[in-house]
Design a protein around this ligand. Structure first.
Ligand SMILES: Nc1ncnc2c1ncn2[C@@H]1O[C@H](COP(=O)(O)OP(=O)(O)OP(=O)(O)O)[C@@H](O)[C@H]1O
Ligand SMILES: [Mg+2]
Length: 321
């Protein structure tokens, strides 16, 4: 069964409407702001469910069974089995080439596996190399964040966020970038949620890396994603921006109940932000459990001399500052 969209509560949208008015006044194109139209009742489509019940938490968000993938005969994933439950925040750990990106990309059908199945909320997305009929519907619930942000640089920040809603926008409206007042209000609310509302009308290309990554996260919120897949989301960021992006993901996980699966090179970051880790080595899951158990000795067992690199890399300094 597909789940309801959960990203913004009626209360959040109400709180937000004043901010929409002030931002829109700054834009010639939006002088006649009618932000209050964006107010929706708590039963509306923008409702955020902050109360993630215990029962909900035990439901699988992503189930991977027997997933294998090879490129030109070279295995990238070997019979991977992983279940991530709703509301979990899970790190994918592993040395370069261990299969983290390949696994993440199969989870929303960006990559087709050779064999095995991926279910999203108990509904099949792909199995044995074939996308299922509900794949499009399921994908709208799975946001993807890339290391390099993947924004459209020539568009405004707001338009980049609105793109997140394209699956629910007619071809004609999307071709002419005609978005409704409610869609704009939701996009602005998403930007407010990630802390960069004041950047809404700037070109995406002028933002810092950390801000661009937050736009990408806002786009996932606009999309209505309940699962965020993040492939090295902080690898291109300075330490402070990296910390802020990780805190935002943690916040969305804890406060809004979003399920987050993120690949991270930096083991210190994993230990700080993620309770559960899945460690891959040459496409095989070598560890799946509480991050506290993935200590240096265990890493050494799995990766040998490459473990040192995993521990040494990255932004450890900001975690102790
Ligand atoms: N499109 C592709 N074509 C050919 N080989 C690929 C492709 N994508 C991945 N691979 C190979 O699959 C294996 C796993 O790659 P993957 O990118 O998933 O690793 P990773 O853990 O994400 O590495 P990194 O930490 O460097 O991002 C590697 O051997 C890689 O060379
Ligand atoms: Mg990768």
């Amino acid at each position: 069964m597909l789940s309801k969209r959960v990203w913004l509560s009626g209360e959040a949208v109400k709180r937000f409407s004043n901010a929409v008015v002030s931002v829109e006044k700054k834009s010639e194109a939006h002088k006649k702001s009618e932000a209050d139209k964006g107010k929706s009742s708590s039963d509306g489509p923008n409702r955020i469910s902050n109360d993630v019940s215990a029962q909900t938490l035990t439901q699988p968000a992503v189930s991977v069974t027997g997933l294998s993938k090879a490129f030109k005969g070279v295995p990238a994933l070997r019979c991977v089995d992983v279940v991530v439950r709703r509301g979990e925040m899970v790190a994918l750990v592993g040395a370069s080439g261990s299969g983290k990106s390949t696994l993440l990309r199969t989870l929303n059908g960006l990559q087709m596996a050779d064999s095995g199945t991926v279910n999203i909320f108990d509904t099949p997305l792909q199995s044995d190399g074939k996308l299922h009929s509900k794949a499009r519907q399921l994908r709208s619930q799975v946001g993807f964040i890339f290391q390099q942000f993947n924004l459209v640089n020539r568009l405004s920040v707001l338009e980049n966020v609105l793109i997140g809603n394209l699956s629910q926008t007619s071809h004609l409206r999307s071709a002419f970038r005609l978005f409704t007042r409610l869609e704009k209000t939701r996009a602005l609310a998403a930007l407010d949620r990630v802390g960069i509302l004041e950047q809404a009308y700037k070109r995406a290309s002028v933002l810092s890396g950390g801000q661009q990554q937050r736009v990408a996260i806002a786009r996932c919120l606009m999309q209505g994603a309940q699962i965020i897949l993040a492939d090295e989301p902080i690898a291109s960021l300075d330490p402070e921006s990296a910390r802020r992006v990780m805190e935002l993901l943690t916040d969305l996980n804890r406060e809004s109940g979003l399920t987050v699966i993120t690949s991270l090179h930096q083991v210190q970051m994993v230990r700080f932000y993620c309770d559960r880790s899945v460690a891959l080595c040459d496409g095989v899951v070598q560890f799946d459990g509480p991050t506290v158990a993935l200590d240096d000795e265990r890493l050494g067992d799995i990766y040998g001399s490459a473990a040192e690199e995993l521990v040494r890399r990255g932004h450890a300094e900001i975690l102790t500052a």
